[in-house]
Every structure is written in C-alpha cells, then in structure tokens.
Design a protein around this ligand. Structure first.
Ligand code: ZN
Ligand code: ZN
Length: 294
C-alpha cells in the first residue's frame, strides 16, 4: 500500500481561481498527482491519488494557501494510482448542483459519524435521506434510509416537495464526502424543513470509523476503484441482488442497448452470459454499446 487517495473539499471564497488552477496543475504534473480537482470562486473539490510521499507534499502545498490552511483530508490507502490522468479545472460550482441560489450559511446542523451512530443506537425518531444519485444508492445506503430517485443532483429540488410530510421531523441528509449535503440540507431548510442535519465527512468518514454497523452494502466512489466495500460482516456486505440470478452483489451495468440503458445490478458471471443486456430484445438491438472502451 504505497499510494494514498485523497478526497477533500472546502467552500471558501477564492479570488482568482484561474491563477490557482495554473499553479495547482503545474504542481500536480511535477509531482505525479493524478485525479480531478475542481476550483471555482466558491471553493475547491478534489479526489486525487499519488505515492504516499508525493501526497504529503501535496497536502503541504495546499496548506500554503491561507484559504486551505485548515482543510480536512479524507484518506485511503491504495496499491496504485486511482486515476490515469490529471485534471484541474475552473468551474462555476465545485459540485454541479443547479442549486446556485441556495445559501451555504443555511446548511443543516453538522452531525458527526459518532452522533449518527448514536441516533441509531438510541432509536432516535429521525428520517435519513440519501442525497446521492440512484446509481450510487442502489448498491449501498444507511439502514432505513430513504433513497429518492435522483438521476442528477438537480432532482433534489423534487425531494423537498415529495417528502414535505417530514418538515417537522428530525431529518438527516448524507452523501459520499459531505459536499453535496452542504447545499442539499440548505435547500431543505430554505423550503421549510425545520430540523435538518448533514452527516459531516459523509459516508467515507462514517464507514472508516464504524464499519459493520449501520451502513449497508458498498460505496460508489468517483475514482477508478468505482466501488469500495467497507463492511466485513457477510450480511452487511451487499444490498444489491443480481438481476438475473439473485446473488448478492455490488456491481452493476447499464444495459448495453443504448436505447434502453437500464441500470442493472448484476454479478460478473451473469453479465457476461447475458452479453451486458437486460433482455433478448436488447441483445438483438442494432444500437449496442461497444464493450471494449471506457
Ligand atoms: Zn448473477
Ligand atoms: Zn435493456
């Protein structure tokens, strides 16, 4: 395990994102740091990988900027790079939300992983809502969590309407690393929800501290690992079931008939046997995706 994967974000005013982007990209290229870094006037959001040594340098480099002095890194060990390339881009938002008008100052109260665990252990009366996309929540979620259908994060605006019955209840939102909840929780509050919490550090922090507790299944991640399995207990490893044979699994594909594109949880064996398609009809389609590119 000679490599480290870093995940971090911070909402903070950056005066000249373009200048930062240039300096940052140069540093990454010189030190073989790979991954995706998004900067904007509202902050930074990144997942990168590198050797342990280079990642230490990278962290020091970031902390050189007063804005990022106190930045909090989520770290994972790895046998190799988690990315092939380096992208440092200037964006309008550090996570594309379509919720630009939401004020981060209105974000939900921060709930740390230990406090969430206690909510469960104490049978606290609360509702927990997944703020990730359906292709993420289909293979893993917190116990009893509501997983609204979200094709993109923009669909979150519908959630406030759909679940307005919970306006007076204690509501917890969560996402992978916490970043989406900054706006998701603020959006609920601005739309009349009175008691909203956001899971601080997200799923990655919770599952690192408390595997085999209230997180069920796997975690979708935005690097080449795609899927991380945090639990050791057999009954908590997978929540997905193979569409074809029913085996528990955390892997899925989109049907390779591009006109169908249906999300299919499937074990590796069945996916091969079924030619990456959900049905005979899709298998014989003229519009099938090629299997041999990314
Ligand atoms: Zn199967
Ligand atoms: Zn299909």
């Amino acid at each position: 395990m000679n490599y480290t994967i870093l995940l971090f974000y911070k909402y903070i005013k950056i005066d000249d994102p373009h200048k930062f982007q240039q300096e940052h990209l140069n540093f990454c290229l010189e030190n073989n740091i790979r991954g995706r870094v998004f900067v904007s006037e509202e902050g930074i959001n990144a997942t990168v990988s590198g050797t342990k040594e280079n990642i230490e340098k990278y962290k020091n480099e970031l902390r050189r900027y007063p804005e990022f002095e106190d930045i909090w890194f989520k770290e994972d060990e790895s046998l190799e790079h988690a990315f092939n390339k380096t992208h440092v881009r200037v964006k309008k938002e550090i996570v594309h939300s379509g919720l630009q008008d939401v004020s981060l100052a209105n974000g939900g109260k921060r709930l740390n992983p230990g406090e969430l665990k206690k909510f469960y252990e104490d049978n606290e009366d609360f509702v927990i809502i997944d703020a990730r996309n359906t292709y993420e929540s289909v293979i893993g979620k917190f116990k009893n969590a509501i997983t609204p259908r979200l094709d993109t994060f923009r669909d979150w605006t519908k959630v406030a309407e759909e679940y307005k019955e919970f306006k007076d209840k204690k509501v917890v939102t969560y996402c992978t690393g916490g970043i989406r909840c900054e706006k998701a929780s603020a959006y609920l509050i601005e739309n009349g929800f009175k008691n909203v919490y956001q899971l601080d550090g997200g799923i990655v922090t919770y599952t690192k501290q408390f595997p085999d507790t209230f997180w069920e299944g796997s975690v979708f991640v935005f690097d080449e690992r795609r899927i991380v399995e945090p639990n050791k207990k057999e009954e908590l490893k997978h929540i997905g079931q193979c569409y074809y044979c029913g085996t528990k699994t955390s892997w899925y594909i989109n049907c390779h008939n591009q006109n169908c594109d249906k999300l299919l949880v499937t074990c590796h064996k069945c996916k091969e046997e079924n030619d990456y398609c959900c049905s005979d009809e899709c298998r014989s389609s003229d519009n099938k995706r090629s299997r041999y590119h990314g």
